[in-house]
Design a protein around this ligand. Structure first.
Ligand SMILES: Cc1cc2nc3c(=O)[nH]c(=O)nc-3n(C[C@H](O)[C@H](O)[C@H](O)COP(=O)(O)OP(=O)(O)OC[C@H]3O[C@@H](n4cnc5c(N)ncnc54)[C@H](O)[C@@H]3O)c2cc1C
Length: 550
């Protein structure tokens, strides 16, 4: 059971209670009454004036008590703000009187009452962290550390800060026997049990997101002021500013919020974080902030088309649903470039990774690893992995790092005995049976080829824009990045670059008035978290102007 005496479970004062009472109704409760349960959405917020209740988790082995609440205590965690499906069950244990506040009234209250906002937000975040650290959630994941899909699902849950219980089939023979009895094949792994009810065999990200109810609170029939496509730093910043300035905003993210930055183990050059911040932490904070202001999130579904033939525009999702929006912010960033190695795909998630987070670092503890790339992301990964790996081999195609990597990182790499820097070097072969076991690389300056018993390769070789879904709606440069503002003067090879209005395009506006592009997807971007965040904020200022024109 969670410790009820921490800041996660504060007792409200009389004055705080009276402010909540003003926006709530009084409800008499009796023992055994269930106030909310897993899968419910937009559940009310309860404050106990008298009586008591328990919070329970429903698992495979029955109910488990998470905590109890008494007078002065309140219910809720992050889903209370996000409107997503509830993770736990709340049952009255002692008769009394509770204040019941709707989800909408609670959001309005925290938006104007700074003191209550601090207390509730802190409690909700701490409760989610406690659920995660105690593995208490509404998801059980049964998988293997040698399985790429298990890694994908674990990353999806972790990057969405979703608490789950992990059962390792490599060490838990009873669990493996259990699955055998149900004829679960190797290709069915991982097995996910959602809400103690739905069993998913090797689910796609979309199936998992639907089962967890991500996006269940988004009404796709409403015309939104602004639709933000992509929840990396630029999209999340746009969401925070849009929602806090009163716009009805929906964010659509195909994988997990955070984008590229979310896969960074430590961002050291973002303003205000002198000791650095992990991409995951920055993302979680931004996500909570956006949801606090009322931005709606749809996670796990990708946008496959922008229907720009009419106004309002329509965003078409991978499940064929359409969401209309008066303005669009494109923040789909970039995706990893892959070196040309014939069988690279065979080892993805089985020894080849495109991000170096805590999860991957655990997989290669005390082993040799290879990091490929000469830019900052590769440098950061090398320094981070050197803390847990036996030896990091940093393979760089060029002869020097100075043009592509920050000086502080170059210094850390050269002074770190745990990192061997191999310049002019490229991977020529990967081998292994089921998972990566050997890596061959060539030193191009000498032509010398060598094979090493290494099972982990981190590919950090830059990224290309994610603009394939735009299909001619907006002008692109010759590398596929979106042209905006002054760049729309026709210098670049851009078929749709013709600007249709008499006024000039705004700074981050694309060739389609009312559609903006921000962050790494934009032609001329500077590949920094700070600039992506700044552009997200500016874009919303410009969206207001565009909406005033309609
Ligand atoms: C490992 C690593 C470390 C880094 N470290 C630093 C650092 O220390 N400092 C720094 O300043 N910068 C750093 N960067 C760069 C920084 O992360 C990027 O510049 C920044 O993330 C760009 O933000 P963005 O929002 O424009 O795009 P992205 O971060 O690329 O996010 C785009 C989002 O859009 C989603 N998306 C794409 N297509 C669709 C679609 N069709 N439908 C719905 N969603 C879609 C993606 O899933 C993704 O979540 C690092 C990058 C990496 C990879």
């Amino acid at each position: 059971m969670l410790d009820g005496s921490t800041q996660a479970f504060p007792e409200l004062t009389e004055s705080q209670l009276s402010r909540i009472r003003a926006v709530s109704k009084l409800r008499k409760v009796v023992p055994g009454e269930i106030l909310f349960q897993p899968d419910d959405t937009n559940i009310p917020f309860f404050v106990l004036l008298s009586g008591a209740m328990e919070i329970l988790q429903k698992g495979l082995s029955g109910e488990q008590q998470i905590t109890t609440h008494g007078p002065g205590h309140f219910t809720g965690e992050i889903t209370m703000i996000s409107g997503q499906r509830c993770l736990v069950l709340g049952r009255v244990t002692e008769a009394g009187e509770f204040l019941e506040t709707t989800n909408v009234a609670l959001r309005a209250l925290v938006a104007r009452d700074a003191e209550l906002s601090d207390i509730l937000m802190r409690a909700f975040i701490l409760r989610r962290l406690l659920l995660i650290s105690h593995g208490m959630g509404n998801v059980v994941l049964m998988g293997s550390r040698h399985c790429a899909n298990t890694l994908r699902v674990r990353e999806f849950l972790s990057r969405n800060a979703h608490p789950f219980t992990y059962i390792d089939l490599d060490t838990d023979t009873a669990a493996q026997d259990f699955l055998d009895r149900f004829n679960v094949k190797l290709t069915d792994v991982p097995v996910v049990v959602c809400n103690g009810r739905t069993v998913l065999r090797n689910p796609t990200t979309q199936q998992l997101a639907d089962c967890l109810g991500y996006g269940a609170n988004v009404d796709s029939t409403l015309v939104r002021d602004v639709i933000i496509v992509g929840a990396g730093p630029s999209g999340l910043a746009a969401a925070v500013y849009a929602a806090s300035e009163g716009l009805d905003a929906v964010v659509i993210e195909t994988e997990s919020p955070g984008g590229q930055a979310g896969s960074s183990s430590k961002i050291e050059n973002y303003l205000g974080f002198p000791t650095g911040v992990s991409g995951q932490e920055l993302t979680n904070r931004a996500l909570t902030q956006a949801q606090k202001f009322g931005a709606k999130m749809m996670i796990g579904h990708g946008v496959v088309q922008l229907d720009c033939s009419k106004r309002p525009f329509e965003i078409v999702l991978d499940n064929d649903h359409r969401i209309p929006g008066r303005a669009i912010v494109i923040s789909t960033g970039a995706q990893y470039n892959k070196p040309k190695i014939g069988n690279l795909q065979d080892f993805e998630g089985r020894g080849v990774y495109y991000g170096a987070t805590y999860i991957e670092s655990q997989l290669c503890e005390n082993q040799d690893v290879v990091v490929v790339g000469g830019a900052n992301s590769a440098g950061q990964a090398a320094v981070f992995l050197s803390q847990s790996a036996r030896k990091v081999h940093l393979l760089v195609r060029r002869n020097c790092l100075a043009e592509t990597m920050s000086r502080y990182l170059i210094q850390r790499i050269t002074e770190n005995p745990g990192i061997d820097l191999h310049k002019n070097t490229e991977i020529t072969g990967l081998e292994g049976d089921g998972r990566l076991q050997r890596v061959t690389w060539v030193d191009k300056s000498t032509g010398e080829e060598s094979t090493h018993e290494i099972g982990h390769v981190f590919v950090m070789t830059g990224a290309s824009p994610r603009t394939d879904w735009l299909q001619g709606c907006v002008a692109l440069d010759n590398k596929g990045f979106i042209l905006t503002g002054r760049d729309l003067d026709g210098r670049d090879t851009a078929p749709a670059a013709k600007w249709p209005l008499t006024r000039a395009p705004q700074m981050l506006e694309t060739s389609l008035p009312g559609v903006f592009a921000v962050g790494d997807v934009r032609s001329g971007n500077v590949k920094r978290v700070a600039s992506a965040v700044g552009e997200g904020a500016i874009a919303i200022h410009l969206v207001h102007r565009a909406l005033a024109e309609i």
